[in-house]
Write a new protein. Structure first.
Length: 125
């Protein structure tokens, strides 16, 4: 059994972020939905980074998007939109775009994008 203070040789499963995000989104308040958007993005981002074997540390989000674009432009566009909405959730106290002002709608849109991208990421070799 791994404790909080002991190192583990087993890597963290980023899909746990997605499950936590889905559970949190059930609260349906703005704070919970913003956090859910962020955690679900990171679940898919981390999976993509591992599948694409991106080792960059600086500008890692850009590096993953570029690597994704070299493999599949549509997948890159999906991940880019997830990343964009994650930045809105984290940085824009009042969303700059009117379409991003409704957090329940944002979560629904974000979750649909995740559901579309996730099986494609799992198929990457």
């Amino acid at each position: 059994m791994t404790t909080l203070n002991s190192p583990s040789n087993t890597p963290f499963d980023p899909m746990k972020f997605l499950k936590a995000a889905e559970n949190l989104a059930k609260e349906e308040d703005e704070c919970s939905l913003r956090i859910a958007v962020g955690r679900s993005y990171y679940a898919l981002f981390l999976l993509a980074r591992e599948k694409l074997k991106v080792l960059a540390i600086d500008n890692v989000h850009t590096a993953v998007l570029q690597a994704m674009g070299r493999r599949d432009r549509k997948m890159k566009n999906l991940l880019f939109e997830l990343h964009r909405l994650r930045k809105v959730a984290d940085y824009e106290l009042i969303p700059l775009l009117n379409k991003d002002s409704n957090w329940k709608a944002n979560w629904i849109r974000h979750k649909k994008l995740c559901d579309k991208l996730l099986p494609q990421l799992h198929r990457l070799q």
